[in-house]
Each structure stands twice: as structure tokens, then as C-alpha cells.
Design a protein around this ligand. Sequence first.
Ligand SMILES: O=C(O)c1ccccc1N[C@@H]1O[C@H](COP(=O)(O)O)[C@@H](O)[C@H]1O
Length: 215
Amino acid sequence: MSSVCVKICGLSTEETLDATLEAGADLVGFVHFPKSPRHLPLERGRELAERARGRAQRVVLLVDPKDALLSAAVEALDPDLIQLHGRETPQRVAAIRAETGRPVMKALGIASAGDLRALPAYAAVADRLLLDAKAPPGADLPGGNGLTFDWDLLKGAALPAGTMLSGGLDAGNVAMALARTGLTAVDVSSGVEIRPGEKDVAKIAEFVAAARRRA
Ligand SMILES: O=C(O)c1ccccc1N[C@@H]1O[C@H](COP(=O)(O)O)[C@@H](O)[C@H]1O
């Protein structure tokens, strides 16, 4: 069986980035969204993304970015993948992909079976999909809330290869999540933190090992 693909999101220090790379994560995520406790100014994102160059896929996470921000983020971080975690339409995803020339991963919030109806339209234009728990009404963040969704909703769904699972994952539940959904790619932020925005090197290593330990 091939190895599970792991992304650690919301990195903000050299120490935790290095620990993530040493643990063997495939993707490292840098959040540029001022409301997030993981928000990185673009110049700080530039430094960390440069440090990870050639060692993992560098992902910049943006929420409903305007064209000017997209250009600035691409110039600063030179990302291997753009994660769109807002309310971008399929048309907007396609436009962002075309304008930037970068692969795009579109995040979709899942709370009920009906939320899966949007999948085909996004699968047609995005390079990768990411399934996250839908944020509660009034939440400050559209993701990164440490909430799981009912993984059984995915039973029987036609999910494109490489679809990534996220939302409330941690070292204690990631193997179960992979087994229940049949997916082979995971993303985590809160579950490897001591407090919002503060990653923990031991939790990162435990998460990567746990994701790859499944039978
Ligand atoms: O991490 C954030 O602060 C964030 C902000 C805005 C949108 C998405 C964000 N994170 C993404 O949310 C999911 C789930 O995170 P968690 O593990 O439940 O905390 C993950 O894909 C992050 O990339």
C-alpha cells in the first residue's frame, strides 16, 4: 500500500516547520488570512516557504482572495499549490488556476449529504479537493476550527483521487478517519497545536506517524 499523504497546515515558526519536514510530511501549509491565529504576513510566508523549498509541497491558504492578493501571495511564497478555503465558485476556482498558473486545491465544508452535491462542479476545475467540517454559523474562520464531520457521509461518494480529508483530525483519530472514509490524504491544523496558532513538534511527529500507521 502506498503511504498516506500528509499536510500540516498553519505553520508559523522555523522550529515547527523543520519538525514537520523531518517527520516526513508531504505538504506544508501557510495561512494568509488576518482573522486566523495562524495568519502569516506575506514576507514571513516568503521566508518559511523558501526554507521548505524542495523538501515538501508548499501550500498557501487563502480565503476568497482578490486578484491583487493572489498575485502578491504567488510572488512571495512561490507556492506549489494554492488552497482556496472560502466561498469561491467553480468559475472563480478555474479563473484563479488560469491566472496564477498554479495548481489549486478547493476546500469544501461538509455538514450533510447535500453538501456533496457541489463536488462534481469543483472536481472539474480544481486539481485537488479538500473536505473539511462546515464552519458553524457566525464562526470567525471558515476552517481551522478543530471540528470533525460525519465521515460516514462520504460512503458511496465518488471522490476524485487525492481528495484530502480534514477537520478535527489528530493523532488519536486519524487512522480511524482514513479507515472509515477510504481516503489516503489528510490535513491537520488544530490537532497538532497546544493552543490556537501554536504548533507542537511532538504532536506533529505523532500525527504523521499515526496517519501512516494504519493497516
Ligand atoms: O487554519 C486556519 O486558521 C484556517 C483559517 C481559514 C481557513 C482554513 C483554515 N485551516 C484549514 O482548516 C482545515 C481544518 O483545520 P483543523 O485541523 O480542524 O484545525 C484544514 O484544512 C486547514 O488547512
